[in-house]
Design a protein around this ligand. Structure first.
Ligand code: HEM
Ligand code: HEM
Length: 175
């Protein structure tokens, strides 16, 4: 009903698939670390790493998809909002790649290979170094994780604002 004219353009089918699978992988990776924090079982830290690495591969494929598919024309909005939305989309890509990379580096500098669902392993491809392992651990948990929370809250908040306050049917573009 409020689906007026310019709102009809959508993200490509592949972009929509990449979007929602990324969100689910992020959620699952997070739930695994919550379970690990609460139950202290090696099963969950292993799954945290394997899902996190899966998200890394998925995001690399997503960037390639983003380069080769056309984005729909943006919704009508003030220029500054458009710039913020594009910057925050870029930031979401960057941090969802940097996060698992920091995780991988923390593990291998800690001298631990990474098991991916029992299918294959990422070997220790660097000379272990406790200092660097600590550094990437801090980057992972104290720098990038708060950024993921902040940008995701901003992103979902903006989506809800568009959908329910501006009523410009933004969800239909990514559904
Ligand atoms: C419940 C959670 C989420 C909702 C409701 C949501 C909603 C949306 C909507 C409505 C759009 C379309 C914006 C437009 O057409 O201008 C969009 C695009 C986008 N979203 Fe989300 N999103 C969610 C989770 C996430 C997460 C966790 C990420 C982190 C990767 C993310 C990253 C992006 C990016 C990068 C775009 C731009 C399109 C692209 O390049 O794929 N979203 N999202
Ligand atoms: C986007 C993907 C990822 C997200 C969102 C994520 C998120 C998190 C979060 C929230 C924590 C808990 C921090 C805390 O306890 O306060 C954590 C810890 C940890 N993550 Fe990740 N992670 C990801 C990918 C990875 C990957 C790929 C690896 C390794 C291959 C990894 C290894 C670890 C380890 C070992 C810890 C425990 C650190 C400690 O107990 O000091 N993570 N991660």
């Amino acid at each position: 009903m409020n689906n007026t004219n310019s709102n009809l353009s959508k993200w490509s089918v592949t972009s929509r698939l990449f979007h929602w699978v990324s969100a689910v992988l992020l959620l699952v990776t997070w739930i695994m670390i919550l379970l690990y924090d609460n139950l202290d079982s090696n099963l969950y830290i292993g799954l945290h790493k394997a899902f996190g690495v899966s998200l890394l591969f998925w995001m690399i494929a997503r960037v390639i998809n983003r380069i080769f598919t056309k984005a729909p024309a943006p919704l009508a909005m003030p220029k500054w909002q458009l710039i913020i939305s594009q910057l925050s989309h870029f930031a979401l890509y960057a941090i969802l790649i940097a996060m698992p990379l920091a995780g991988v580096l923390m593990s291998v500098y800690g001298g631990r290979p990474i098991d991916i669902f029992g299918l294959f392993q990422i070997p220790v491809f660097v000379t272990p170094d406790r200092g660097l392992a600590r550094f990437y651990n801090d980057v992972h948990t104290d720098i990038i994780w708060p950024m993921i929370i902040a940008f995701t809250v901003l992103h979902v908040g903006a989506a809800l604002y568009h959908q329910f306050v501006k009523k410009d049917n933004v969800m239909a573009r990514i559904k």
